[in-house]
Write a protein that binds this ligand. Structure first.
Ligand code: F6R
Length: 249
């Protein structure tokens, strides 16, 4: 596990975008795993800039998003489909059929989850997965006590995650209760992981993720045993670490 601490959110976003751009240049038909949320926004902004200014080519890239709310129409402004289009896909030359996001409106959610797993396999697996982390240590919507071997499935969101996400909805009662999410096992099958976190709100989760024992109580701790995981954090998110070894500026 490589731990990289940079001074602020902007610098970690630039670093992550460089890693993704390098992956695409080295393997133009690579498969990217993508996350939503506030943390990766700067990564998408920088990738769009690299695409526009340096010609980074997404025409052969395939993407799989980590998760999507259940029962929120695609065109709802808080659906992850809407988010990805607005902040990333509408600004690069990716083919619409290369974009994969779980369908939270599917009639048969169980079949949709199986289909998603199959699509990842058919694409050859995820080369590089971008991850955020919840303040409770969730990755994707794998909340505390999710099975560390889990696959794509429907999950009930915890009150804490619903409260964290309430800022994006008109009121708490509008925050969805369920989501389809890649499982912890699905995420761990990715060839490389980049987990990003910034700010005080993430400092405790980062301390446990990096220094704590591996436990389903904090699903992100599993990344400790991934062969190519990078934990990319700012100084504030790193502030509770006691064993930080690599400080990169
Ligand atoms: C989003 C996702 C979530 C977020 C996490 C952090 O696709 O899977 O696990 O990465 O909730 O969200 P932010 O970045 O908004 O703090």
């Amino acid at each position: 596990m490589l731990l990289i601490i940079r001074k602020d959110h902007r610098s970690i976003c630039l670093y992550a975008a460089q890693q993704i751009a390098a992956e695409i240049r080295q393997k133009p038909h690579c498969v990217l795993g993508l996350a939503t949320g506030s943390t990766p926004l700067g990564v998408y902004r920088e990738l769009i800039r690299i695409h526009k200014k340096e010609g980074l080519d997404f025409s052969q890239v395939q993407t799989f998003n980590l998760d999507e709310y259940v029962n929120l129409p695609k065109d709802h402004n808080q659906s992850y489909y809407y988010f990805m289009k607005k902040y990333f896909f509408d600004h690069i030359n990716i083919h619409p059929f290369s974009i994969h996001i779980p369908d939270g409106m599917a009639e048969d959610i169980e079949t949709e989850c199986l289909r998603y797993e199959e699509q990842i396999l058919e694409a050859g697996g995820i080369d590089l997965q971008l991850l955020g982390i919840g303040s409770n240590g969730h990755i994707a919507f794998n909340e505390p006590f999710s099975s560390l071997g889990s696959r794509t499935r429907i999950k009930t969101l915890t009150e804490k995650t619903r409260r964290d996400n309430a800022r994006y909805f008109a009121s708490m009662k509008d925050v969805p209760k369920y989501a389809i999410t890649m499982g912890v096992g699905t995420i761990m099958d990715s060839r490389k992981l980049i987990l990003m976190a910034t700010g005080q709100r993430k400092a405790s989760a980062i301390k446990t993720t990096v220094e704590g024992p591996i436990t389903a109580r904090v699903p992100a701790t599993i990344v400790q045993i991934h062969p190519y995981a990078t934990i990319l954090i700012d100084r504030v998110a790193a502030s509770k670490l006691t064993q930080a070894l690599k400080i990169a500026e």
